[in-house]
Every structure is written in structure tokens, then in C-alpha cells.
Design a binder for this molecule. Structure first.
Ligand code: FDA
Length: 305
């Protein structure tokens, strides 16, 4: 219930202005966001690299309906990738892109063109791009853009949300050689006509999608903090003869860092999703919605405790 309210608030301009403008909010945001500038992001990435963690970096922002803003976001990614080049992270330093931030709501062609520029900058670093998945109305467009990007940049990945009824079919389509799929539970408020609403149903759907990806020929990127799903991934890896290098775990910046380091210590590739930038509101509200304890943490910080 609280989660649904927070997801609804994530789309409200009035709540956005009050939450973003409140000075103490910043303290809490820092737990989930690596900073506002490229330099702050780079510092966080270096710390993660030193802890043997790979990264996928997200320049925060979503849903622009302004062509110039879309171009600015694409340019921000190019600048970020240039700043990361000296770190020589190769594939351990990829970026994640929300197509809505680079013009998808205006025109698929524009989003494709901007995503291509970002893929080219990533390729220059020996790295890759993964497309985030947003609300269900964008899935067909995102998968269409993915297909076009893969013609020139075949390692481009995509996130698939287990809560959507369609996702098992999408996983089947994407479980082919060379395909990189990040499997997530799903973080948006979706209607019962398209998505499982019950947490247990989402978890079961996740396992079904995971099984398809692990049995397939692609490169599954298992993005969850859920210990049960991590154990099931290890069982499925055994069953389908997968080795440490042909799939990876992903987690969000600031969440279960002990678990991230333990998995990396056991030889797994663990990639941390590192968001940075000043447009953190939507991302932050989704993290609060995922866990009531985060709201309590937020309220305590606002109370100065
Ligand atoms: P679940 O929410 O059940 O959490 C399991 C356990 O993890 C909790 O009990 C708690 O211990 C810990 N935990 C989870 N979330 C936490 C939080 N916010 N704060 C503190 N602890 C937390 N979604 C989407 O729709 N599109 C996308 O492109 C992406 N991309 C993406 C990339 C990566 C790398 C990750 C890890 C996640 C995403 N997501 C996403 C978000 C995803 O859909 C989902 O909302 C979160 O990962 C939370 O789900 P879990 O699988 O962690 O399980």
C-alpha cells in the first residue's frame, strides 16, 4: 500500500518539488546515488573497482519531451564515457540508458540515434550499453530499438521485468547467443491487466524467466538482492552447465553492499548499478517504494536523527 503511494508520488510534480527542495533529503539520497557530478561518479566507480566490482553507470533522468534535453542527456553519457576511459575498465565499466531520457516519448528514431551515439562512445572504451526497461507502454519500442542497435553493437543488453505477463515470451526471444539480458522484478506501478501484483507471483515469474535465460545461449544478468533468487541462480547454473564467466549478478548502488562483495569474493562477476546526476527524484522514490524500512530511514533523517 505504502509502496503504491510512493510509486504514485514518483509521478507527481508537486511532491517532486517538495521532496527535492527539502535540504535534509540530500543526506538520504546519498545512500542510493553516487553524486551529482561526473567526478563524484568517477570516485564512486573507482571505489567499487577496488572492491572487485564491475559497474553499469546511469546518468539520472527520465521522460523528457524536449528534443534539446534529450540531446543533452546523450551528450552527458558521451562526456561520462570519456571521463571513464583512463580507468580502462573495458566491459567492467558499462552504462545503462533509459530511452525515455533520450527522446523515446518524442520519436523512436531520435532515441535510436542518441542511443547509437552512446553505444559508439561505449565501444570506444571497449564497453557496452544496457537499455533499462521503463513502464509497460515502452516495452515494444525499447525492444525494437534494441534490435536496431544490435545490428552495429551486438553486445547491447536490455532489462526484462519479470512482473509483466509478456516477459517469459520476451525471454524466449532473447535467450540466443550473444544476447545480454538483465532480469529484474520490475519497479513501476503497473495495472493488473499487464503485470502480476502479488509479490509471490512476481517471484515465481522471476524464476520462470530465469530458467529460460539460464537454459538458453545468451548471457543472463541476474539483477536482484533477493537471496532466494541468488541461490536458485546458482542451482540453475549447475543444472545447465554454466560457469562463472557466462552470467553475472547485478545489484543497486548502496543496497546490500556486503552481499555484493561476498559474491565477488566467491568468484562471481558482480555489477553495481551506479546512478549519478541531479535528476534523482524518480529513481529515489522507486527505491523508497521497494522497502518500507527505507521510508523509516528517510523519515529519521528528516527528523535529524
Ligand atoms: P525484493 O524487492 O524482493 O528485495 C529483496 C531483498 O533485497 C529485500 O528484502 C532487501 O533486503 C533488499 N532490497 C531490495 N530493494 C531494496 C531497497 N530499495 N533498499 C534496501 N534493500 C533493498 N527495474 C525496472 O523496472 N527496470 C530496470 O531497468 C531496472 N534495472 C535494475 C538494475 C539493477 C542492477 C537492479 C538490481 C535492479 C533494477 N531494477 C529495474 C529494479 C528492480 O525491478 C527491483 O525493483 C529491485 O531490484 C528490487 O527487487 P529485488 O529483486 O531486489 O527483490
Amino acid at each position: 500500500m505504502l509502496g503504491q503511494l510512493l510509486l504514485a508520488a514518483s509521478g507527481s510534480g508537486i511532491v517532486r518539488r517538495s521532496v527535492s527542495g527539502f535540504p535534509l533529503t540530500r543526506k538520504v539520497v546519498d545512500r542510493f546515488v553516487a553524486g551529482e557530478s561526473v567526478q563524484e561518479a568517477r570516485n564512486a566507480i573507482e571505489r567499487l573497482r577496488d572492491a572487485n566490482l564491475a559497474v553499469t553507470v546511469d546518468h539520472l533522468g527520465e521522460e523528457t519531451r524536449d528534443a534539446r534535453a534529450a540531446e543533452t542527456v546523450a551528450q552527458a553519457y558521451v562526456t561520462l564515457l570519456e571521463a571513464l576511459k583512463p580507468l580502462q575498465l573495458g566491459r567492467r565499466g558499462e552504462v545503462s540508458v533509459k530511452l525515455s531520457a533520450v527522446g523515446q516519448r518524442l520519436d523512436d528514431g531520435m532515441a535510436l540515434e542518441h542511443a547509437r551515439q552512446i553505444c559508439a562512445a561505449a565501444a570506444a572504451n571497449g564497453s557496452t550499453v544496457t537499455l533499462d526497461m521503463e513502464d509497460h507502454t515502452t516495452v515494444d519500442s525499447t525492444l525494437g530499438i534494441l534490435r536496431k542497435l544490435r545490428e552495429d553493437y551486438p553486445a547491447t543488453g536490455v532489462a526484462i521485468q519479470a512482473y509483466l505477463f509478456r516477459s517469459e515470451d520476451d525471454c524466449r526471444d532473447l535467450a540466443h547467443e550473444g544476447s545480454r539480458v538483465r532480469l529484474v522484478k520490475g519497479a513501476y506501478r503497473e495495472p493488473a491487466s499487464v503485470a502480476h501484483q502479488d509479490k509471490q507471483d512476481v517471484d515465481k515469474a522471476y524464476v520462470r524467466c530465469l530458467r529460460i535465460l539460464m537454459a538458453g545461449k545468451g548471457y543472463p544478468m541476474v539483477a536482484t538482492h533477493d537471496d532466494r533468487l541468488i541461490s536458485i541462480t546458482e542451482l540453475l547454473a549447475d543444472r545447465f552447465g554454466r560457469t562463472l564467466g557466462d552470467h553475472e549478478f547485478q545489484m543497486l548502488y548502496g543496497i546490500r553492499t556486503d552481499r555484493q562483495e561476498a559474491l565477488a569474493g566467491a568468484g562471481h562477476t558482480v555489477r553495481v548499478y551506479v546512478p549519478y546526476g541531479d535528476d534523482w527524484y524518480g529513481y529515489f522514490m522507486r527505491r523508497l517504494a521497494e522497502r518500507p524500512a527505507n521510508v523509516a530511514f528517510f523519515l529519521r533523517a528528516l527528523g535529524g536523527k
